[in-house]
Ligand binder design. Structure first.
Ligand code: NAD
Length: 260
């Protein structure tokens, strides 16, 4: 379905981004991977996706907190893959602390990577999409783009900010073949969430599995984690022709979290 297209997926060396990259590649889309990690492991992931789906897969380790590196990342994607048709602004980190104790440097870092980074990636990617009259921008926000939770001030603020950015880009690109939407996942058991599960296990003196169940029961009525594969499939749908008239909206995938 996406043969001949090229996608940049930021933060795709693990978790949700990797799930999205795999799902796009499975549809014949060339992919630029990005994110941090062990170089050997990243090369194994890259070569594995390339071999499995017979598509071009490249990697660029740009730091999404650095605007100059984002500009270079977008340029490298278009140059190495021949175009940039799909942009997935997925890179993200988490830090939890009460507002009064929240480290200011951590606020700056989270906003830089998750909100400002997406802005820069979009502004550099749009001319490539406009040249072809076709584009898809998918912003993995979060349920925390729609509702708040305690101790996540920077994350909740960045994810709410992404919703405004999504709507504005959608309006400016409406009628030009380019859509911009957000995906709003509930808990997905990735490294980012495992750290929260481990913290909770320590606090309540329980096993990681007990802490995971405790966390789900507080927020996610399905009592089950969303998977990176499910989010990848949703992203593929948003890139399809069937989704051409879906733009500027949040799409929760959250086991009922935001229905409450
Ligand atoms: P993860 O830790 O598995 O993946 C994060 C990715 O971002 C990794 O590839 C990492 O290397 C990359 N990254 C981090 N800082 C970066 C930087 N400065 N520059 C470039 N890349 C950077 O976590 P995840 O859970 O897969 O998170 C991915 C996205 O999904 C995040 O935006 C997160 O907020 C969002 N999300 C996660 C959940 C969840 O429950 N896990 C729920 C909703 C939304």
């Amino acid at each position: 379905m996406l043969q001949g297209k090229a996608a940049l997926v930021t933060g795709s060396t693990s978790g949700i981004g990797l799930g999205i990259a795999r799902a796009l590649a499975a549809q014949g889309c060339a992919v630029m991977l990005n994110g941090f990690g062990d170089p050997g492991e990243i090369e194994t992931i890259r070569a594995d996706i390339e071999r499995q789906h017979d598509v071009q897969v490249a990697y660029n380790g740009a730091d999404l907190s650095r605007p100059d590196e984002i500009a270079a990342l977008v340029a490298a994607t278009a140059e190495q893959l021949g175009s940039l048709d799909i942009l997935v602004n997925n890179a993200g980190i988490q830090h939890t602390a009460p507002v009064a104790d929240f480290p200011a440097a951590m606020w700056d870092k989270i906003i830089a990577i998750m909100l400002t980074g997406a802005f820069h990636a979009i502004r550099h990617a749009l001319p490539h999409m406009q040249a072809k009259g076709w584009g898809r921008i998918v912003n993995p926000s979060s349920v925390h783009g729609l509702v708040a939770s305690v101790h996540k001030i920077a994350y909740v603020s960045a994810k709410h900010g992404i919703m405004g950015l999504t709507k504005t880009v959608a309006l400016e690109m409406a009628g030009h073949g380019i859509t911009c939407n957000a995906i709003n996942p509930g808990f997905v058991r990735t490294e980012l969430v495992q750290a929260q599960i481990d913290d909770r296990a320590q606090k309540i003196g329980a096993s990681a599995e007990e802490a995971a169940r405790d966390m789900l029961s507080e927020k996610q009525p399905s009592l089950d984690f969303v998977t990176p594969e499910q989010i990848g499939a949703l992203c593929v749908f948003l890139c399809s022709d069937a989704a051409a008239q879906i733009t500027g909206v949040p799409i929760p995938i959250d086991g009922g979290w935001t229905a409450q």
